[in-house]
Design a protein around this ligand. Structure first.
Ligand code: VAH
Length: 323
């Protein structure tokens, strides 16, 4: 679907790490008044409220979704509201309620209103310890060990069912860990890769909750936004996959990230105190094969570890001051 076809967009989870920056990018691209940001409880930033419409919804209560969809005549949804891996292990029932029942409500409203398109992210969390961990294939065994991963596998299957059974054009990518400078992530296993920058700038030291050699697939936010919009604007006739594209940009360990930060802040030091999130990270891939995304809609990342680190320190340094 081209830019002109997506007229009225709703973003759920718009106060979150990805949702907050995706909303601003969509408003730049499609018009500020055409992108309705929605959140559950978090107070939206001034930037979010002053750049276009904002509404509170609860995706687990379908009537709140229907009310906003009706009010703004929504025809496209970017569904970012979710409980992430670490919080999902502390509150598995809430993770199911939000990630599955919330998704079901979004898909049902989109189906009934014959919406143009729905984006629902998946995650590398769909993979488990039986999955090949290097160059993880697009088609492979999905036996996640977390409730978050279970909801993402079920979510992929539900979204693909809605495409095949009802013709609802639902698309999604298996996001790796996302690093960004605008909004802190909320309760994921890859959050260390964002927190570390704040601590490096403020205190020149950080205690990491993963082992130093824990390699995970990661992506810088500008690439995440580009992939999301590129997939949603891709020609449907080219897509063989729909809600479950593998997506990759780089992979690194905490030790490799520390070494890259030290090139800019030589006095920076990091200690390692693995917690319950180590077991989650150990069940995930180290590197991803994203050839399907590259072949079907031209995916190509722009940021590697060095470029991301330099840009993060520059942007965050401006925002929180250099130490
Ligand atoms: C998490 N940031 O850590 C999310 C993501 C691949 C990780 O799904 O839960």
């Amino acid at each position: 679907m081209s830019k002109s076809d997506m007229r009225r967009i709703l973003v759920s989870g718009a106060c979150g790490q990805i949702g907050s920056e995706l909303t601003l990018a969509l408003r730049e691209r499609y018009g500020h008044e055409n992108v309705v940001a929605t959140g559950h409880r978090t107070k939206p930033s001034d930037k979010l409220c002053q750049s276009g419409p904002f509404e509170f919804i609860d995706v687990t209560r379908r009537e709140t979704v229907e009310e906003v969809v009706e009010k703004y005549d929504i025809d496209t949804v970017y569904h970012l509201a979710a409980i992430l891996s670490a919080v999902g292990e502390e509150k598995p029932h809430l993770a199911w309620e939000v990630n599955i029942n919330g998704l079901y409500n979004i898909l049902e409203v989109a189906r009934e209103r014959e919406m143009a398109r729905v984006f629902c992210p998946s995650s590398i969390a769909v993979f488990g310890p039986e999955t090949p961990r290097e160059n993880t294939p697009q088609e492979t065994v999905l036996r996640p060990r977390t409730m978050y991963g279970v909801t993402k596998v079920a979510g992929e299957l539900l979204c693909n069912y809605y495409f095949k059974r009802f013709g609802l054009d639902v698309r999604g990518t298996r996001y790796p860990g996302i690093i960004s400078s605008e909004t802190l992530p909320g309760g994921g296993t890859t959050d260390y890769a964002v927190e570390i920058f704040y601590e490096a700038i403020r205190h020149q030291r950080y205690t990491c909750f993963l082992r130093e050699d824990t390699v995970l697939p990661m992506m810088y936010m500008p690439d995440c936004i580009k992939a999301t919009i590129d997939l949603m604007e891709a020609d449907l006739s080219r897509l063989k996959h729909h809600a479950d594209f593998n997506l990759a940009a780089m992979s690194f360990s905490p030790a490799e990230l520390v070494a890259e930060i030290k090139k800019h802040i030589p006095e920076f030091t990091c200690e390692y105190q693995p917690d319950f999130r180590q077991a989650i990270a150990d069940s995930w891939p180290r590197t991803i094969d994203d050839s399907a995304a590259r072949q079907e809609w031209g995916w190509e990342p722009s940021y590697d570890l060095a470029a991301m680190t330099a840009d993060m320190l520059e942007k965050l340094g401006q925002r929180i001051g250099s130490g």
